[in-house]
Design a protein around this ligand. Structure first.
Ligand code: SAM
Length: 567
């Protein structure tokens, strides 16, 4: 029986779509030929240094552009030169939401930010990567397919939403196709296997396509970023401060925004109130300058939740500043405290030059230090810096899928190991049906929240332990009985090789792998099912299902819930 070998000459989706409709009954869902020559292996084998970037993934999907520097006519280089302009048509959306295009005649792959399927445009080559080139769009000749009017005025510049002008159905279709491609080309599962279409579930769309984010972090900046066509509007006014979102690709430039369609209406009231007054010279507030390191205000974080009893919205406002000067924040606090939904205002003080929102110290300025949210019937307390699912509405669906995959007997006999447990949400939503939940997480505050959340919900069969799962030692696992079900929900880099080694030795009957990065997820599924000679891993799991879920409409992010069963 022939195994599937991803070919360098694969066409992208049209090819896969054709194959999908005619699966061969002779082939099995198994590792493709071990003689994978794709350079992806070198860049994605190491979870400790995850280098699964757009380069490796586009290579994985497309195959590298041939190393032959002549085209078929033998005269012209296939590699477009830096600065060269090309007329291109976007074929599909690839990893990280970039538009994938091919140069006419040579088929050379170029990636362009914000190019959407069907769009014909002029692009300038800006960068040559190993196997493809990056292109900046100069001018659209004809628009993309499935075009809709974007409701947000910032959508064509803001780094947050990249596909607002693409019909939602087309967005989810593209995400579903990306997951399939990654499972085949990075995960090395064969689409020709008769089970493949059963394993690959249709994406679950999000029925709330705007205002779904419960956490937004806006940055303060000394100089507002303007798109080229608005540069003439730049005022010569010394106070050209901005509060908004980072311009795509710039850590130091901020696009000023007065309203964001991804956050709730009450959260927009907070943003508007701050925008309304923070530049007032009488307040003496200054934005932090990440070059000179002068200035006070770093970020404005707004978190939304719901009151457990009334189910009414409640908000936490977190000012991240470079020093502790509560008197400077007082006028802002007074202005925000009158917004009925605001129940908590805190100040994270980050004195370091780094511009992260987690401070060394946190001070409560108004109300409570936490807000609450309800998920699968349980109440959760959330503090400023702990991880909580950013789309709580869709998290209900995600967690239901996790529970379905866990396939609990419901007799209270099973042990669940909840890896990367955050504030304990997944484990706790399963706790009532199992004997005990053991949760592991690196952030100490999240562990405190998880313990508090267990108490809050009257659950005393959950143990949460703080630890770095990238640094597990031989003794890991000695503190808990062998689990029946492992839930693993790592952040974007996926699982460390040592953790995968541990899981392969542990041999729990089921692993439910929840992922926010289908590329690293596909790599880890490959390790768990097929093993790796280079990493000395012997795979022992069978992939039963991969369920993509759209948690973040209009953005390139894709969540997946995967079920693995011990062979
Ligand atoms: C995608 S979140 C999942 C959280 C949780 N399962 C949930 O659904 O809310 C990933 C979590 O992994 C934690 N994390 C990241 N790296 C870690 C590491 N090396 N060891 C342990 N936990 C880690 C993060 O702090 C974060 O809480």
């Amino acid at each position: 029986m022939a195994a599937f070998t991803p070919s360098f000459t694969l066409r992208h989706l049209p090819f896969l779509n054709k194959l999908r409709s005619s699966p061969s009954p002779l082939l099995h869902l198994r590792r493709s030929s071990s003689s994978m020559a794709l350079p992806i292996d070198a860049s994605i084998e190491h979870a400790e240094e995850p280098k699964l970037d757009i380069e490796s993934v586009s290579t994985a999907i497309e195959g590298p552009n041939k190393r032959n520097n002549k085209d078929r006519k033998g005269s012209k280089s296939v590699f477009p030169k830096r600065g060269e302009t090309l007329e291109l048509v976007c074929e599909s959306i690839a990893f990280k939401g970039k538009g994938l295009c091919k140069v006419e005649d040579t088929g050379y792959v170029v990636m362009c930010d914000r190019a959407l399927p069907g769009e014909r445009f002029i692009g300038r080559v800006t960068r040559k990567k190993n196997n493809y080139s990056e292109v900046t769009k100069l001018k659209t000749i004809s628009p993309h397919r499935d075009m809709v009017e974007a409701p947000c005025e910032y959508s064509s510049h803001c780094g947050g939403c990249k596909t607002q002008s693409l019909l939602y159905e087309a967005q989810v279709r593209a995400k579903e196709e990306q997951v399939r491609d990654l499972v085949v080309h990075v995960g090395k599962f064969s689409y020709k296997d008769p089970e493949f279409d059963d394993v690959m579930k249709a994406i679950v769309p999000c029925d709330m396509q705007f205002h779904y984010r419960n956490k937004m972090e806006f940055s303060f900046g000394t100089k507002r970023w303007l798109p080229k066509e608005q540069l003439h509007e730049r005022s010569e006014d010394a106070n050209d401060y901005a509060l908004g979102l980072h311009a795509p690709g710039f850590f130091d430039k901020v696009l000023n925004v007065d309203k964001c369609f991804l956050q709730s209406e009450p959260a927009n009231k907070v943003l508007a109130a701050v925008q309304d007054c923070w530049r007032n010279p009488e307040l003496g507030l200054s934005p932090y300058d990440c070059h000179s390191h002068a200035g006070f205000l770093k970020h404005l974080m707004i978190r939304s939740g719901r009151d457990v009893e009334t189910r009414l919205p409640q908000l936490m406002v977190n000012f991240v500043t470079s020093s502790y000067k509560p008197e400077l924040l007082k006028p802002l606090v007074d202005k925000l405290a009158v917004i009925p939904e605001v129940v908590s205002i805190v100040n994270n003080v980050n004195t370091k030059v780094g511009n992260t929102s987690v401070g060394e110290e946190e001070y409560k300025l108004y109300g409570k230090a936490t807000i609450t949210e309800i998920l699968r019937g349980l109440a959760f307390e959330i503090s400023a810096n702990s991880f909580f699912q950013t789309n709580a509405h869709q998290a209900e669906i995600l967690y239901k899928l996790v529970e379905d995959c866990a396939g609990l007997k419901g007799d209270g006999s099973e042990i669940v190991l909840d890896l990367f447990c955050g504030t304990g949400t997944i484990g706790l939503t399963l706790a009532k049906k199992v004997k005990h939940v053991y949760g592991y997480e690196v952030v100490p505050e999240a562990i405190s929240d998880a313990r508090r959340n267990a108490k809050l919900n009257g659950l005393n069969n959950a143990t949460f332990i703080q630890g770095d799962l990238n640094k597990i030692s031989e003794s890991f696992g000695k503190d808990f009985p062998k689990p029946d079900i492992v839930i693993s929900d790592p952040n974007r880099p996926g699982m460390h090789t040592n953790l995968i080694k541990y899981l392969l030795k542990l041999k729990a009957p089921r692993i439910v792998y929840v992922s926010c990065n289908p590329a690293t997820c596909a790599r880890d599924l490959d390790y768990l099912c097929h093993g790796s000679v280079e990493q000395k891993l012997q795979g022992c799991y069978r992939l039963r299902s991969v369920q993509p879920v759209d948690m973040f409409p209009h953005t390139p992010h894709i969540e997946c819930v995967c079920l693995l069963e011990l062979c």
